[in-house]
Design a protein around this ligand. Structure first.
Ligand code: GDP
Length: 295
C-alpha cells in the first residue's frame, strides 16, 4: 500500500538530504513536490494546504536553517507534521462504562463493518473481555448470518437476531440479553446502504439514542479515497463518532483517506484493517504510519 506516495516522497527526501545549505527556494521546490505527491495520493485539498503551510513555517525557522544538517531537519519536520496530521499517538478504545460497554459500528455497505465487528470482538476476547456480537443489518441479505458464522469460528457469542425484526427491537433484546449474561462488551453491527441516505441516518441515530454507546466507530474503506472522507464527514455530522476504523489498507489504497480522515472529521483513527482474515485488525499508530509513508 501507499507505494506511490512513498516513492515520490523519497525522491524529495533524497534531494533534501544532499543539500548542505538550504535556501527558501530549495524549500519551496521541495514543498511543491510534496504537495504534488499528496494530491496524487488523493489527500483532500484543505488538508494538503494546511500541511504544507505548517511544514513551510517550521522549515524556514531558525532551528532548521541553522541546523548542521538542514535537509535532514526538514525531513524530520515533514515526519513530525505527517504524524500529527494523523493524530500524534494511538488512541485506544474507551470501554469505561457500566457494563456492558457498547460499541456501535457505523458505515456504508461493503466498508467492512461486519468483518471489523468480528475482528474487534476477537481482539477484545484476547483481552479477556466477555464479548457479545449482535447485528441489526436487516437489509443486506445474509449479513446477520455472516456475523453469526464469524462469531462461531471465533467462539464468541452472537445474539440470535433475524432479518424480519426491526433494528430497534433487536437493540432492545440484545441489551437485555447482555445485561442478564453479564457481558463486558457488546459490539453492535448496523445496516449500511450503498450511499448515504436519510432513512439509514435516521435509523442509526435512533439506535444510537437507544443504546447510548461509549464508542461509535465509523468504518470506512481506505480504497474509496476522497469519497471515504466525504462519507466520514457526513456520518460525523449526524452521529457523535468517537473514532474511525480504516479498512482495506492492504489493498492498493493511495493513502489519501489515512492522511485526511483525522483532519477532516476531527476523529481519531483507532484501528486499521490490514487483511480479510479475522486477525487482520491492528491498532493505529500515527508515528508508525508516517515512517512507513516516508519509507
Ligand atoms: P459490510 O457490508 O460493511 O458489513 O462489509 P463486510 O464486512 O461484509 O466486508 C466487505 C468485504 O470487504 C468483504 O469481502 C471483506 O472480506 C472485505 N474486507 C473487510 N475488511 C477488509 C480489510 O481490512 N482488508 C481486505 N483486504 N478486505 C477486507
Amino acid at each position: 500500500m501507499l507505494e506511490n506516495l512513498t516513492g515520490r516522497l523519497q525522491g524529495v527526501i533524497k534531494n533534501l538530504r544532499g543539500q548542505a545549505r538550504l535556501t527558501e527556494e530549495n524549500i519551496a521546490d521541495a514543498m511543491r513536490e510534496v504537495r504534488m505527491a499528496l494530491l496524487e495520493a488523493d489527500v483532500a485539498l484543505p488538508v494538503v494546504k494546511d500541511f504544507i503551510a505548517a511544514v513551510k513555517l517550521r522549515a524556514q525557522g531558525k532551528e532548521v536553517l541553522q541546523s548542521l544538517t538542514p535537509g535532514q531537519a526538514v525531513i524530520e519536520v515533514v515526519n513530525d507534521e505527517l504524524t500529527s496530521l494523523m493524530g500524534k499517538a494511538n488512541e485506544g478504545l474507551n470501554l469505561a462504562a457500566v457494563p456492558p460497554a457498547i460499541i456501535l459500528m457505523a458505515g456504508l455497505q461493503g466498508s467492512g463493518k461486519t468483518t471489523t465487528s468480528a475482528k474487534l470482538a476477537k481482539l477484545l476476547k484476547e483481552q479477556k473481555k466477555k464479548v457479545l456480537l449482535a447485528s441489526a443489518d436487516v437489509y443486506r441479505p445474509a449479513a446477520i448470518e455472516q456475523l453469526k458464522t464469524l462469531a462461531k469460528q471465533l467462539e464468541i457469542e452472537c445474539f440470535d437476531s433475524n432479518a424480519s425484526q426491526a433494528p430497534l427491537d433487536i437493540a432492545t433484546a440484545t441489551l437485555d440479553f447482555a445485561k442478564r449474561g453479564y457481558y463486558d462488551v457488546v459490539i453492535f453491527d448496523t445496516a449500511g446502504r450503498l450511499g448515504i441516505d436519510e432513512a439509514m441516518m435516521a435509523e442509526i441515530k435512533a439506535l444510537h439514542a437507544f443504546l447510548n454507546p461509549i464508542e461509535t466507530l465509523f468504518v470506512v474503506d481506505a480504497m474509496q479515497g476522497q469519497d471515504a472522507i466525504n462519507t466520514a464527514k457526513a456520518f460525523g455530522d449526524t452521529l457523535p463518532l468517537t473514532g474511525v476504523v480504516l479498512t482495506k489498507l492492504d489493498g492498493d489504497s493511495r493513502g489519501g483517506a489515512a492522511l485526511s480522515v483525522r483532519h477532516v472529521t476531527g476523529k481519531p483513527i483507532k484501528y486499521i484493517g490490514v487483511s480479510e482474515k479475522v486477525d487482520g485488525l491492528e491498532p493505529f499508530y500515527p508515528d508508525r504510519m508516517a515512517s512507513r509513508i516516508l519509507g
